[in-house]
Design a protein around this ligand. Sequence first.
Ligand SMILES: Nc1ncnc2c1ncn2[C@@H]1O[C@H](COP(=O)(O)OP(=O)(O)O)[C@@H](O)[C@H]1O
Ligand SMILES: [Mg+2]
Length: 257
Amino acid sequence: MSTQTLTRDIFDVKDLNLWYGEHHALKGINFPIQKKEVTAMIGPSGCGKSTFLKTLNLMNKMIPNVKITGEVNFDGENILNPKTDLVELRKHVGMVFQKGNPFPQSIYDNVAYGPRIHGIKKKTHLDEIVTKALIDVALWDEVKDRLHAPALGLSGGQQQRLCIARALATKPDVLLMDEPTSALDPISTLKIEELILELKEKYTIVIVTHNMQQAARVSDKTAFFLMGELIEVDLTPNIFSMPKDSRTEDYITGRFG
Ligand SMILES: Nc1ncnc2c1ncn2[C@@H]1O[C@H](COP(=O)(O)OP(=O)(O)O)[C@@H](O)[C@H]1O
Ligand SMILES: [Mg+2]
């Protein structure tokens, strides 16, 4: 394997533009994302953070009147190519939403959902995947005696960890998280943040957060978005101590937002 392959960014987004009808929501985004790092996206509401995140696994491709141009290279392949297999892509690029949204099924079936879609049927194999995913999100001890109880009976923080386990069960390379703690209490938030720091040993994580302290605590790199543009992306300590762009400085010092 060449050095170039070893160091290649997992995502390399080039000149990405996205329109919802007439609304130009992402403007000329160039954004390489490195493997096994946590990249945080910050910026005021409506600046395109969720739109950008969803473009990484084409969750927004099916919205009527969406137009996307440019390149979203994932592992060297431009996923905007119409031949992209969306089921396969989402196996590699999992997503966790703002509000834990477990299916109205058992804890076990929620985690087994993805592997079953990908054709895994053997009970011993599913048991192994479910156990491992629940251990990985530090939920196993809390639920091991009630795996067949309804997932909706869990607390908000547990539901969010369950959704992370569901995303991990297909062994993704990348985990996209859209404000995963914004609906959680401080203790559940802390657990998710600790989890993110553990998961980055194995996964690439891209997280949208409205909370700048959270970005500072969990991320290696931080990207600042404003009105559809990526203003700058840099090592997190640099963004918070010496941003290059005055708009980033204005935002992080609370002058707007
Ligand atoms: N499905 C959609 N249809 C039309 N406009 C949308 C849609 N989703 C988002 N938008 C618009 O695109 C812009 C960016 O939204 P979004 O990516 O959700 O921002 P953020 O996550 O930074 O708050 C906003 O102006 C929003 O109203
Ligand atoms: Mg959003």
